[in-house]
Design a protein around this ligand. Sequence first.
Ligand code: GGG
Length: 354
Amino acid sequence: MKKLSIALLPGDGIGMEVVPAARKVLEKSGAAAGVHLSFEQFDWGSDHYFRMGQMMPVDALERLRAHDSILLGAVGHPDIPDHITLNGMLLPIRRGFDLYVNERPAYLYAGVESPLRGYEPGAIDMVVVRENTEGEYTNVGGFVYHHLPEEVAIQTSVFTRHGCERIIRYAFDLARRRNQKRKVASITKSNAQGYGMVLWDRIFREVSAEYPDIETESLLVDAAAMNFVRRPASFDVVVASNLFGDILSDLSAIVTGSIGLAPSANLDPRRNAPSLFEPVHGSAPDIAGKGVSNPLATILAAAMMMDHLGEPEMSASIEGAVRAVLADGKVLTADLGGRSTTADVTAAVLAHLA
Ligand code: GGG
């Protein structure tokens, strides 16, 4: 029997509700597929910060490295500045394991209504490929005259040839693997940002020459935001920097119905380290603890994880169960217009699992 060990990092807020939901789905699906899944849960995050002064222990990466994969819920607490929680947990894992790809698919499922009218199920089907280890999230900078009236803050973005080239190449390879519209859109703001993003544009042109079978377009991020709303069905693979990919993937999530349906994969394609899977959404403190959060993004992230771990049938059966729940339309959380709880939706997915 194949054995896989999964590190669970529920984190904060609704992360503590959606990760246990996904675990139940993985357990049932693994048992049906003859895959033995073992889980180790790490209760790191804001409560750990309150107790220990840090979001996770110093040996966190070493402990995570012992696992085949990581499933994370959310990071963020209303009483801790967001730059401390994010830079204390999620970003150090992405950088520490060099998980340079953040794949964020957005698909309009049957039974889900897009706020944009007139799109058939499946008509919007894109993947935002976000650069995940450098760019605007490198967090290099500092304060001068800190807390004085003449205060200055410097925040530097870092774009390396190595970093741009590998993420752009991944996007082209993904467009080939998906074999759908066979298009890659590259997003920058190189009219205003005259160094890093000009380098990105130049590398995009160089790499695209190696993929003559893939159609390309280069968009400024403001035009891209407009076109995600105006012509979302035209996009296939969209490659963007860390910040622009983060922003655009919230937009692609809402045009396909809800951020509560948006999964993501933080990948090291060379597989030197465990990859990390998570919902795109955050800790949602406004609804945390009420049992009404949508677990489907995390369940879909778990499906992406099983595909990455070499279990495509398990992945397809989990995604199929989610599709069935959505198409049925009877058991939905509030973000999708329903009144069901996290537990109801999880039970519905479990009932549809083959
Ligand atoms: N699901 C993880 C989470 O809490 N995401 C919220 C967030 O702010 N993420 C920032 C990022 O993905 O860089």
